[in-house]
Write a protein that binds this ligand. Structure first.
Ligand SMILES: NC(=O)c1ccc[n+]([C@@H]2O[C@H](COP(=O)([O-])OP(=O)(O)OC[C@H]3O[C@@H](n4cnc5c(N)ncnc54)[C@H](O)[C@@H]3O)[C@@H](O)[C@H]2O)c1
Length: 353
């Protein structure tokens, strides 16, 4: 079978997971790398044996040999590059978040429809084995109707700096960066209900805490703590048309005792925790049971999930299949993220029709 020739656009931190995924997939070939930082593009092209490297994504897109691209650039460029790639006839795997506004998300959706090409949104947690296992239980009806979900991703000291804390490039702080993962996970497992109303609060109280010593944390490839105009912390209550609700809180900085990620779902027949570990809650013979599956990964495994995401992307291209994280889901998640920011700015609930 002819290999799918890949161009990776944006050769920073997360591109490593894409390169490794394509390298291990027998039907993919890493053909080109692009980064505005030409040295970085050249270095990654050498490391992953790519034939070409570019510093302008428009030149990469002119290359007729390239079938598909991974977009691993800063959030504010996702829409422009995705639309240009689709118009150039490439399939697209775009990192989360899909973009930074609902308007731009709808423009991407339009370009997908017009081009007939595949666009997969990098909602990597959907591809984790603990998510897939839980989804099979949910699809079989073990949780019944899910009416409440709770997601939390709290960092005490975890503002990555650089573009992440520059709103003009990131679109926002912890909500759009890490909240997007846990919100999407809940929404996907709840059966993608239509959003009805949102109440959100964002806070800028602690800043990036760059003065803190003796505690290390994740930093962007081009770390710079001098600019920070994103929120420290966000919480929100999302109500859906089917009556279900989702409560979420996320932070880059917070006076918390420890970092925590929790994702919990509650249905009328059973419940589940997916983070920090997969457990299913059920009842039998008038007794409540906590069920722990015997599996390789009870928690989110970064490497496994990315490999599965990349393999799925290649399989969808070669076998002309629908992706499990399509553009329309990216649009719905964008509505939730932007609705939370809008509600916080207005100081009131926002509603959707
Ligand atoms: N799925 C996940 O778990 C996950 C984790 C981290 C980051 N991400 C996403 O991946 C994207 C990149 O994040 P990162 O941590 O790798 O950032 P990064 O800063 O480490 O890397 C981004 C790279 O893109 C390059 N770049 C920026 N604009 C460009 C353009 N127009 N053309 C070509 N190159 C460009 C930069 O020079 C940089 O090398 C973001 O959208 C982020 O939200 C996803």
């Amino acid at each position: 079978m002819k290999k799918v020739k890949i161009g990776v656009i944006g050769a920073g931190s997360i591109s490593e997971m894409h390169f490794n995924g394509y390298e291990k997939n027998p039907y993919a070939e890493i053909f080109a790398v692009c980064d505005v930082n030409e040295e970085r593009a050249k270095e990654k092209a050498g490391l992953y044996k790519a034939t070409k490297h570019y510093s302008d994504y428009r030149e990469l897109l002119l290359d007729k040999e390239i079938d598909a691209v991974s977009i691993c650039t800063w959030n504010h460029s996702h829409a422009e590059i995705s639309i240009a790639a689709l118009k150039a006839g490439k399939h697209v795997l775009v990192e989360k978040p899909l973009t930074t506004s609902v308007e731009k998300a709808l423009e991407i959706e339009k370009a997908v429809k017009e081009s007939g090409k595949l666009l997969q949104v990098g909602f990597v947690r959907r591809y984790a084995s603990n998510t897939k296992i839980l989804k099979s239980f949910i699809d079989a009806g073990d949780l019944g109707s899910i009416y409440y979900a709770k997601a939390s991703c709290l960092r005490r000291l975890g503002n990555p700096g650089g573009w992440f804390s520059d709103k003009s490039r990131s679109g926002g702080g912890p909500l759009i960066d890490i909240g997007v993962h846990v919100i999407d996970l809940c929404w996907y497992l709840m059966g993608r209900p239509k959003v009805k109303s949102i109440t959100g609060n964002t806070y800028r109280k602690l800043g990036n805490r760059s003065h803190i010593q003796n505690l290390s944390f994740y930093q962007a490839a081009d770390y710079d703590s001098s600019k920070n105009d994103v929120e420290d912390m966000t919480n929100a209550l999302v109500r859906f048309e089917n009556g279900a609700s989702l409560f979420v809180d996320v932070s880059f900085t917070l006076h918390a005792k420890k970092d925590e990620t929790q994702v919990k779902l509650y249905g009328d027949k059973g419940g589940a925790e997916i983070e920090p570990e997969l457990h299913i809650v059920s009842e039998k013979h008038n007794t409540i049971l906590n069920v722990t599956p015997q599996v390789d990964y009870l928690t989110f495994n970064f490497t496994q999930a990315f490999q599965s995401e990349i393999d799925h992307f290649i399989e969808c291209i070669t076998e002309n299949k629908e992706t499990i994280s399509p553009v329309q889901d990216g649009v719905e998640i964008m509505k939730i993220l932007c609705g939370i920011y809008e509600s916080s700015e207005k100081g009131m609930e926002v509603t959707f029709s």
